[in-house]
Design a protein around this ligand. Sequence first.
Ligand code: FAD
Length: 318
Amino acid sequence: MKVTEHIAQAKGKTLFSIEILPPLKGQNIQSIFDAIDPLMEFKPPFIDVTYHREDYQIKERADGTKEKITVRKRPGTVGICAAIMNRFKVDAVPHLICGGFNRQETEDALIDLQFLGIDNVLALRGDPIKFEGSFVAKPGGYNYACELVSQINDMNKGIYVEEDLLNPAPTNFCIGVAAYPEMHMDAASMEVDMRNLKHKVACGSDYIVTQMFFDNKKYLDFVANCRANGITIPIIPGIKPLTTKKQLQILPKIFHLVIPEDLVKEVEKCKDDEQVRQVGIEWAIQQSKELMQAGTPVLHYYSMGKSDTVKSIASNVF
Ligand code: FAD
């Protein structure tokens, strides 16, 4: 079922959902099942699975010389989606990125998803890989997520990249996209980012999932700004509980966001990361309750492949 249909069926009740990461290459899928099992009591109608493209590593040979090798640390997005649907009977939402794909490869990936009975895709650009300062599209691929959205939307109309197909069947994907309440780091301004988001929505997006934020006002202002700009599709907040002191530095840098002063003070008082985790849980509970009160359709938690923190939050909210 489509994410938008789950939202419509909930009739205003806030739904619970999570994002998980494929395990590191070589690990068993059991770790994914173990992370999802304890969260099933909150009845997630859908679970997102991130996509991780290849990256480069410098490897030292036995003779001391160095070589640049390609590694993919977390493969398996599509396989995990199929396994989740099979085991938990919930919808799995694979993330699909522009980076590393040309149009034909994207088309083939979408055909696989369709054959597996996957109804939703989160369409993203992807981040630059190491050794590339800024995002570089594969030849014949896309620079922006809006182009990927257009391709999926075309397939939904039966228009394939490969022409001369005999009676090509339309797909029926529900298309999710990302957005950034505190602005995407590449954007010149909030206005430019909003204009680009508006275009991405016009290309056929069905719903939005936001980057994490720690100040609800940022999300609520962003939603109001979207509505003022004529964006009417559901906007699902992404919630990430803080779990380590180090994240005070890392998260703002990587995700271009501000951690509120009150939260920083609480975290700085903590003696160890277990105490930080408790502070993070309390903060996320407050955030979640307020967002639910404000009528958000879904609370979407970045679980990072672990269930205990999200479970502690959800038991106090749902
Ligand atoms: P876009 O929408 O293409 O935007 C990227 C930048 O380009 C923005 O600054 C935007 O303003 C600008 N822009 C957009 N369209 C245009 C245009 N037509 N002309 C000029 N400028 C334009 N990454 C992964 O690799 N795998 C994942 O699984 C993954 N999951 C994610 C899930 C969520 C909910 C979020 C919020 C992010 C996720 N990411 C993931 C990270 C994401 O790939 C990066 O944030 C990436 O840098 C931008 O992706 P996007 O789809 O928002 O890009």
